[in-house]
Design a protein around this ligand. Structure first.
Ligand code: F1X
Length: 409
């Protein structure tokens, strides 16, 4: 593992589930057991598998991390190394991000995801991902309609439209509110929102600086670290479509998960499924988006990549050198979502006024984070804003109602 390039800052403690009364504790002791039980309810695994999933759910609040049997997964030996630090510890005592990432990897171990047999390569969260896409069709239509208009406008004017790009950045940001690890697609449709109203809920908005970065020079490549499948992925694909068609860049790489994790995190197969869903739509603008994505994939302007780093428990500053060298070719990294934001910070309890750039100084390219707050980490805020938020919305850190667009150029 290459030496992490962390700035000369004292690293605060990682978030842990034993933090009484925290959202982290609630996640490890209640949400994660519920997610394991939802896997049982939403799949047709064998009695033995369901029993083991139930045992996993039951052990989380007060039990110890179980070992990982060799399920022939490509990341098995890496996980043996990661586990060295934490084996025989309680789930609530290990760093939260490690606990969550390992929890999802254990679900695949239990369901024999990597092994030949009846449940090989079965995505335990597929039903949620499909439902999340289908229930947001009206929001997808209302987004695809203007995208085509903005594309035609940009092409007619011969210059990329910054205002349209900013609007699509906002859609990509708020698409992150729809996170199936928090809200089941069966409960409510969180994809419908009014962009103008949501403007007040953006705590840090570097969107204009992002458009300046993208229009100041001809860009060859943008690297998009994708988060959730479903409506969020559709918002991201609209942004990708506009970045490519609107003349902001020649190529976009989507960095995707190599196996199911965090319930709704997107894999290559989920991008292909979404593209096909759009192509098969009866709505003309939705269908056109699907066709443009198909053309961009065929031409190599849109590339789908996966790497086991994205499903590892490592902080972003522990990124393998090969991946780091690959990302160094990028003009801009777009990092989506709350879990990736947590990884940028090592999922540690930094003071919320710490400058984002003072922590995230190790990436090989300019980076913009698009994140709705769903966990108790934050940076770059003023003491006044923090006080006002605490007074107006006590759950501002975790309810997904607030967002940031934070650029490190
Ligand atoms: O990366 P996303 O999908 O935006 O959010 C994922 C996540 O932050 O949401 C949950 C609630 O905080 C956490 O358990 C998990 O880490």
């Amino acid at each position: 593992m290459n030496k992490p390039q962390i700035p000369n800052l004292l690293l605060p403690a990682p978030l842990v589930g034993s933090d009484a009364g925290s959202f982290t504790e609630f996640t490890v002791t209640q949400r994660m057991p519920d997610i394991a039980r939802r896997v049982i309810a939403e799949n047709k695994f064998s009695i033995d598998i369901n029993q083991s999933l139930e045992e996993l759910a039951a052990e989380l609040p007060s039990g110890y991390l179980r070992t990982l049997t060799n399920d022939t997964g490509a990341d098995f030996h890496n996980w043996e190394k990661y586990l060295e630090l934490y084996k025989h510890q309680h789930w609530v005592d290990v760093p939260w991000f490690f606990a969550e990432t390992y929890f999802y990897r254990l679900i695949l171990n239990i369901t024999n995801y990597f092994q030949p047999g009846g449940s090989q390569c079965i995505d335990p969260f597929l039903l949620q991902k499909i439902k999340g896409l289908e229930t947001s069709i009206n929001s997808i239509i209302s987004l695809c309609t203007p995208v085509e208009k903005w594309l035609i406008q940009s092409q007619q004017e011969g210059k990329p439209s910054k205002s349209s790009l900013i609007t699509l950045l906002y859609f990509a940001l708020w698409g992150n509110r729809v996170d199936l690890s928090l809200w089941s697609a069966f409960e409510d449709d969180r994809s419908s929102f009014d962009i103008q109203i949501q403007l007040n809920n953006i705590l840090i908005d570097d969107s204009f600086a992002v458009t300046k970065l993208l229009t100041k020079s001809q860009n060859n490549r943008i690297d998009f670290v994708i988060d959730n499948a479903g409506f969020e992925l559709t918002c991201d694909l609209c942004l990708v479509d506009f970045l490519l068609g609107g003349g902001f860049t020649n190529q976009v790489y989507l960095h995707l998960k190599p196996h199911p994790t965090f319930v709704s995190d997107a894999m290559v197969k989920d991008v292909v499924y979404t593209k096909d869903f759009l192509v098969q739509s009866s709505h003309p603008q939705v269908q056109s988006l699907g066709k443009r994505l198909t053309e961009n994939l065929a031409s190599g302007r849109l590339v789908l990549a996966e790497d086991y780093f994205w499903t590892s428990p490592l902080a972003f500053w522990e990124m393998p050198i090969l991946l780091k060298d690959e990302l160094a070719k990028s003009n801009l990294m777009i990092v989506k979502g709350d879990a990736n934001y947590r990884r940028l910070l090592g999922d540690r309890s930094w003071d919320f006024t710490t400058k984002f750039a003072d922590i995230v100084s190790y990436l090989p390219a300019p980076m913009v984070a698009l994140r709705t707050l769903k966990s108790e980490v934050a940076t770059g805020l003023t003491a006044e804003v923090i006080l006002e938020l605490a007074n107006t919305d006590p759950n501002w850190l975790t309810n997904g109602q607030w967002g940031v667009i934070q650029l490190i150029s």
